[in-house]
Structures are given as C-alpha cells and as structure tokens.
Design a binder for this molecule. Structure first.
Ligand code: SF4
Length: 531
C-alpha cells in the first residue's frame, strides 16, 4: 500500500506535492519522493524515511516546475532499498516518470518478457519499474516511426496524441495482472493517471481555479490546476475541489495546454479493496463515493447484534467498550451506542510510535506494541472490557493488548474485530501474503480465543462488512450511485484476477524478499524501534 500524487498547472507543484504526501503519510512510511519537470529537465528528491525527514528547504528548492508526481512508499514487493524509492524515471521515449500504488501479480513473467522480448534490463526488484518499462515500450510502439524520426524540439509536444496514449495504456491493462493506481508525466506533454480495470486501489481527481488576487499566476492557459491523489484528503488539504474518483480502467490525461482528456479503456466489475474502509484510508476521505468515516460508523452498528448474540451465548456481559487506537475509534462509538455500554478511551497511545501493522518485521511489531499503549488502570480494574479493533491480522498486536488489559486488572477481556477473519493472502498490495502468518488461517474462533488469550473473540461477518460499505455509499449519494462488490478475497478467497500460478510464485518470492528486508533492516540502527 502506498500513496501517490500528481499535480499540474501550478508553480507551487512541489510544495503542494509535499503537503499532499504529508496528508497521505498513513499509506506508507518507508520512503518518499517527489519528481518535477520544467524547461531545465527533470528534478527529483527521493529517500528512505518519513516525508518530514526526506524533504528540507534546500532540496525542495531544487524541485522546480509546474508539474510534479510524488509517492509515499510502503514496501510490500522489492527490497525496500533506496534504489526502489519512487517516482521512477526513464529517458526514452520522451522522458517518462511514474509512481504507482499497487502490486503486480505476474511481475516475474513480465520481467522475463521485457528482458527476452525487448532487451530491457531491469535495475531494481520493484514492480513499478516493470510498469514504467511497459509504458515506455507501449508508447514507443504507439507512435509511428516516421513521426518520431522527424520530430524536432519544436514539434515534440505534438508527437503524442491522446489516442496514442490510450493505445499504450490499453496494452498495460491487457498485460498486467494485479492492482495499480498510477500517476505519470511525459516530458513536454503532460500528466497521466490511470487505474487497473477492477479499480482495486483508489485514485481521485480534483482541480482548482488559480487566478485569484494575490496568488501566483497559473501555468496553464485554462487557469486551472489539477491534482490526482490516492485519497481526497490530499486534495482538500491543498485547496482542490474533488471532481470525482477515476473509474476502474480509466485513463486521465491533462495535456500541455491544460485540456483534460478521459477515457475508460478496460473496465471489469469494480472490486475496490475493502481494507481501505476497514483500516488504510484516512477517516475524512471518500473512496469511490463511499465515505470512510460513515462506513466505520456502520461497521460498529452492524457488529452490535453479533456481539449481543455471542456474549449472551457465553453468559458474559461487557462493562466498557474500549477502542484500540486509532482506526477502531469510529466503529466503537456506534457499537457502544447500540449496546448501551459506555465507550471509554482507556488505552492511551504514544503518538510518536509508527503504525504497528506497517512495521516490516514480526520482531519489531512485538516490541512496538509495548511502547505504544498505556492502560488507564483505575478505569479498567475489575471490569469486563470489550476491546474493539479494526482487524485481527497476525494477532500479534491483539495478544499483547489483551495481556496489557489483563495486567491492568480487567475481570474479563473480549475482543471485537470490525473486519471478518482474514484467512487468505493478499496479492494486491497489503502485507499479509503468507497464510501461515494469519492468526485466523486454519483456526476455529475458539482456537483463536486460546491463541490470543481472550475470553471471547467476535468478528464482523461478510454480510455486515458489505452492508456497511453499501449503506455509507447510499447515504452519501442518496442512493444514486451504482453498488459495487468490494474485493474481500483475503476473507472469502474470491480473487478478482487469476492468482493461481503466478500468485504462488509471487507469494514465494515475497516471503524471500521480506526475510531479506528483515535481515537488512536489523543492521540499520535508524530503524530499530525496540526497547
Ligand atoms: S485481498 Fe483483501 S487486502 Fe487484498 S485487495 Fe482484496 S480485500 Fe484488499
């Protein structure tokens, strides 16, 4: 999971890219990069670390130009080295930069084809480099040879038409199996953005009028600046008005004159990732016309009947609903309201520790939990505590928190997950690829209770999750938008794309890469969060 941003039409492009990346920091904390373009050429700053650590006044001053793309990295594929920090850049043809949020399932196969068929030698293990090479190859093929041969500097902006770009991106949609939300620039042409045919990862488009008193003149004749981003929160923060999300399989192209072209190239049944609403996206974002905050409220409501049923079957009752910060707070509000039980934030978070789930090794996750939460003992002692978590993935965090609450004097500890049991790997960019790492894989609920040390473990069901997303979408659009079937493959095994053969290879290579990353990370003092 990563965050991407594309901006065009403002002299403040790099500054806005920095602000947008900051608002999307929750989508990836491993690395960040911004790339701009102007008459002097491409300019880029990329490094490992948080946005605030990668960029400073001096290196930001080098990022000149009216067009920028930017990326926050959460490494799930590749080796997590500085060479793999996005955006990527290729000189031929035209000069293309690209950043992607997603994961390519058939990356091994495509890498082989690029090498054997096109003599393109890849320099990294990143699947984004594969996408960039595929785009470069397809753009080269889409432009007739004579027009490339005859082009000189004066005619370059006219050498690539929207139809030719469409042709190139259609090739990508046909060849690439996986999830991809992409932003890219083509030198002297403009900004392009596209989404895979299932729309697994989010991408939104917005614009703003630039010619206001006291503000610098816009770079485009239309007087508008444009932004594409993983989430609407980035648009809001930089003053852009959300126009709409990109459709699955849609290409958006803003040309050098500021004209916006769009076309749906290859659309299958939408399968947006349910985990965006459960955990990843910022609560103020609206993903595919479905508010994240509203969905989380509904998730809490939908859980209440299940909780009542499960607790009464065991002869238990809850005295307090306690959200595990931060994501589950919203669902805990409605769950507590429906249950008629007080909602108390008695697990206090140390805000300076990174999000536990994103930390890239089991050992670091275990150490991080100890540092991250402190219980308010006076409120917990002698009570039956109903913990609310957004999801239970490996169970590492949940187990530690249950222990913590018991040590704080709780009589009984129950844990509720707003997400149904995760039993299958994700091949589309969430870092739980190995079934063996998932606490719910191959275990009954009773066995999970024993594993976690909880008096009860209660999960949302599939219908409750799907209903929560649809209810929030319905309320936001007053029933006017088309319902979609979210991807829930890690819950029900129904993958939107074929993951049989390439998926197995992908999973195996991902495990090997993660092991390598853990070894490399252990050597880096700066990444040691443990006590
Ligand atoms: S498999 Fe799960 S985490 Fe992966 S895209 Fe589908 S719903 Fe999201």
């Amino acid at each position: 999971m990563c965050g991407v941003v594309g901006i065009m039409g403002t002299p403040e492009a790099s500054r806005e890219a920095f602000l947008a990346l900051t608002t999307l920091q929750h989508r990836g904390q491993d690395a960040a990069g911004i790339l701009t373009y102007d008459a002097e050429g491409f300019h880029k700053v990329r490094n490992l670390g948080l946005v605030e650590n990668v960029f400073n006044r001096d290196n930001m001053a080098t990022l000149t130009g009216n067009i920028a793309i930017a990326h926050n990295r959460y490494s799930t594929a590749g080796r997590g080295t500085i060479d793999e920090v996005q955006p990527f850049l290729i000189s031929y043809p035209f000069g293309i930069s690209l950043a992607c949020n997603g994961n390519i399932v058939n990356s091994n196969e495509l890498a082989r084809e690029l090498k054997a068929g096109s003599r393109r030698h890849l320099l990294t293990h990143s699947d984004t480099e594969i996408l960039l090479n595929l785009l470069a190859e397809a753009l080269e093929k889409s432009v007739p040879a004579s027009s490339t041969a005859l082009a000189d500097e004066a005619t370059l902006p006219d050498t690539l038409t929207f139809d030719q770009i469409c042709q190139a991106v259609t090739t990508i949609c046909k060849r690439v199996n996986g999830s991809y939300s992409v932003v890219s620039t083509i030198a002297d042409h403009g900004l392009i953005a596209f989404r895979d045919p299932y729309g697994i990862r989010p991408l939104v488009y917005g614009k703003k009028l630039m010619r206001r008193e006291g503000e610098k003149e816009t770079a485009l004749a239309t007087g508008e600046a444009h932004m594409v981003a993983s989430e609407g929160v980035a648009l809001d923060f930089c003053g852009y008005e959300l126009v709409r999300n990109l459709e699955p399989g849609e290409l958006l192209y803003i040309d050098a004159a500021g004209k916006v072209h769009t076309r749906v190239l290859d659309q299958r049944q939408a399968r947006h990732c349910m985990f965006e609403w459960i955990y990843f996206a910022s609560p103020e974002s609206v993903i595919d016309q479905t508010p994240v905050y509203g969905t989380r409220l509904q998730l809490g409501k939908n859980l209440s009947n299940i909780v009542k049923r499960e607790l009464s079957a065991k002869g238990f009752h809850a005295d307090l609903v306690v959200p595990i910060p931060e994501t589950s707070r919203i669902a805990a509000i409605t769950l507590a309201e429906e249950l008629g039980v007080p909602n108390r934030e008695v697990l206090i978070k140390n805000r300076y520790i990174k999000r536990t789930f994103i930390l890239d090794s089991q050992d670091k996750r275990q150490k991080a939990v100890n540092l991250k939460l402190s219980p308010v003992k006076s409120e917990i002692t002698g009570k039956n505590i109903l913990l609310v978590d957004d999801s239970i993935v490996r169970g590492t965090t949940s187990k530690k928190i249950i222990e913590l609450v018991r040590r704080a004097g709780a009589e009984r500890v129950f844990i509720v997950s707003t997400c149904p049991p995760i039993r299958k790997p994700c091949f589309y960019g969430i870092d739980f690829p190995s079934e063996q790492e998932l606490v719910a894989h191959g275990r009954t609920t009773q066995e999970i209770e024993t594993e976690l040390g909880a008096d009860a473990v209660i999960y949302q069901d599939l219908a409750g999750l799907e209903n929560a997303i649809h209810e929030a979408q319905n309320i936001a659009t007053q029933g006017k938008s088309k319902k979609f079937k979210p991807c829930m493959a890690c819950l029900d095994g129904k993958y939107p794309t074929d993951v049989t053969e390439s998926g197995k290879k992908f999973g195996a290579s991902r495990s090997a890469e993660r092991k390598l990353k853990s070894i490399e990370a252990a050597d880096k003092k700066s990444l040691d969060y443990g006590p």
